[in-house]
Write a protein that binds this ligand. Structure first.
Ligand SMILES: *Cc1c(COP(=O)(O)O)cnc(C)c1O
Length: 395
């Protein structure tokens, strides 16, 4: 692999991992203390309080695992679903699909609502599937807020409304891994029982921490659920003793970094963070709109209002190779974007615009992509950069 400069700025625009801001990098390289040091307990308490603010919950308890998002999925399954139990997975794309496959691997049977290409999950299908479950065998509805594969954000309050309309007692478990800290999410107000997040997305941390917020209803279900579990068990982790809370050594450096990230997010203010993501997303969407006029690139999402604030999935017409776009963008223009996922993933690439993104970063990313398309003689419409700049100026 040859880079035209070995040391220049490299822009990371994947939907995880994401760019690490300087205060987070600095927080990572501090010395850990001994495990009984009062500073460590204070750090953990600060992180938990900050996470609750970001989840917008007062009632839930937050559990932090040394894991990635897949670990958070397993934590929800192991704590909530009895052996041979059943969950409903609301089809929204590849991430919902894989979560369902994980459930099946754990011996759980899965009812799926259909994934609709280019559209988010369908709350009406969730309601119908719950009405059909007259025996109330379904323990939980699993929904992905922003499906990172499709680049679309689903309406979570509508899922809660669907569960209530069906008169079904299922818990609502939401994967906010790609949306927490990028898109408005209000756990308590939206009637979400369990929310799952991971460190390496809009929380601007390296991979390595997974977060599960569980409310009293979810904790009560877990208490009587006989599924064998040790590391994931919420009951075991409900302790002030750090070696119990973390099932072993506390990840001091990652928590230091989390505290730094929470200080940045809460210092900016959640509303301002969401507005910044929306503004940056508008710039990306404006550029993709302009590029699409060339007839080769197109949005995956057919309804503009459902396009995510954190990631954009772009389809590439046959005859052009998405991996060439990614390779040239990375090697020549130092911009990393992600490949596609799922059945049509080989025809897509994805721009991550979450976490530590602002005007300079997104213009660098879009400019690098524009240069990549020119290099590949890929037919794209004119005016993407002026459109993006105009969108950044809009409120
Ligand atoms: C990234 C992601 C995951 C998986 O997280 P990992 O940390 O890679 O295990 C799950 N769900 C969504 C919506 C994601 O964006």
């Amino acid at each position: 692999m040859t880079f035209d400069t070995p040391n220049g700025l490299q822009l990371l625009h994947t939907p995880g991992p994401t760019h690490l801001p300087a205060p987070v990098l600095q927080a990572l390289i501090t010395q850990p203390t001994d495990l009984e040091h009062p500073q460590l307990a204070e750090l953990v308490a600060r992180c938990e309080a900050g996470l609750k603010q970001v989840f917008a919950t007062e009632r839930a308890e937050v559990f932090s695992y040394m894991a990635n998002g897949h670990g958070a999925w397993e934590a929800a399954l192991a704590n909530l679903v009895p052996p041979g139990g059943k969950v409903l997975v609301a089809g929204s794309g590849y991430f919902a699909e894989v979560w369902g496959l994980y459930a099946e691997e754990m011996g759980v049977s899965v009812v799926r609502t259909p994934t609709r290409e280019g559209l988010p999950l369908d709350p009406a299908a969730v309601e119908a599937a719950l009405r059909a479950d007259t025996a109330h065998d379904i323990t939980a509805v699993f929904a992905v807020h922003t499906d990172t594969a499709s680049g679309l954000t689903s309406d979570i309050p509508a899922v809660r409304a669907a569960i209530d309309a069906a008169g079904h007692p299922a818990l609502l478990v939401v994967d906010v891994i790609a949306s927490l800290g990028a898109t408005r999410f209000r756990m308590d107000d939206w009637g979400v029982n369990v929310a799952l997040a991971a460190s390496q997305k809009a929380l601007m941390l390296p991979a390595g921490l997974a977060f599960v917020a569980a409310d009293d209803k979810a904790l009560a279900v877990a208490r009587t659920n006989p599924t064998p579990r040790a590391y994931w068990a919420w009951e075991r982790r409900r302790s002030e003793l750090l070696y119990r809370k973390f099932c072993g050594t506390t990840p001091h450096n990652l928590l230091n970094a989390l505290a730094a990230s929470l200080t940045l997010i809460l210092g900016e203010g959640l509303d301002a963070v969401f507005a910044r993501h929306a503004r940056v997303a508008r710039a990306v969407h404006a550029a993709v709109d302009a590029w699409s006029q060339g007839g080769v690139l197109s949005f995956n999402g057919s309804v503009p209002a459902t396009r995510a604030a954190s990631v954009t999935a772009i389809c590439v017409a046959d005859g052009f190779e998405p991996n060439d776009i990614r390779r040239i963008a990375r090697e020549r223009f130092h911009v990393s974007v992600a490949g596609g996922l799922g059945p049509r993933g080989h025809r897509m690439f994805r721009i991550g615009h979450l976490g530590d993104v602002d005007t300079a970063a997104i213009l660098g990313c879009l400019g690098g992509l524009e240069a990549t398309f020119r290099t590949l003689s890929l037919p794209v419409g004119e005016g993407a950069m002026p459109a993006a700049i105009a969108a950044l100026g809009s409120r």
